[in-house]
Design a protein around this ligand. Structure first.
Ligand code: ZN
Length: 124
């Protein structure tokens, strides 16, 4: 990266990784919301750019993709196509959303908790 300062190189590398998480669902899943990797990248970019962390986090919203949880199905419609979503306003909670019937939640503090709670639901 000829001609770029060390900070510019870091900014370019970090923003490229974060942008890829918005384009590639697998990356958005594995280094998306609620991962230490994402937290570190967002914080570093916010520091370099002098922008609020929340603004950077919202700009690079990780791509979502349906997750297939083995034999697990939506408890309401039976679909295997479920998504992990995040409540960005509260910025703490994650929940499962059914692509087919739109059932969602309840929230959990991490993906595993949100999945377990969603699959345990027996009410709409
Ligand atoms: Zn459903």
């Amino acid at each position: 990266m000829t001609g770029l300062s060390q900070v510019q190189q870091a900014e370019k590398a970090i923003s490229t990784v974060l942008r890829r998480t918005t384009e590639v669902p697998a990356l958005g899943y594995h280094i998306g919301h609620f991962t230490q990797t994402r937290d570190l990248l967002v914080e570093a970019l916010a520091t370099i750019r002098g922008e609020p962390i929340k603004e950077i986090s919202q700009r690079f919203f990780p791509a979502q993709h349906p997750i297939h949880l083995g034999a697990a199905r939506c408890p309401f419609c039976g679909s295997p196509s479920l998504e992990i979503d995040a409540d960005l306003d509260k910025h703490v909670f994650v929940f499962v959303h059914c692509v087919v019937c739109n059932a969602a939640g309840p929230t959990g503090e991490n993906k595993e908790e949100a999945i377990a709670k969603f699959l345990a639901r027996s009410y709409c």
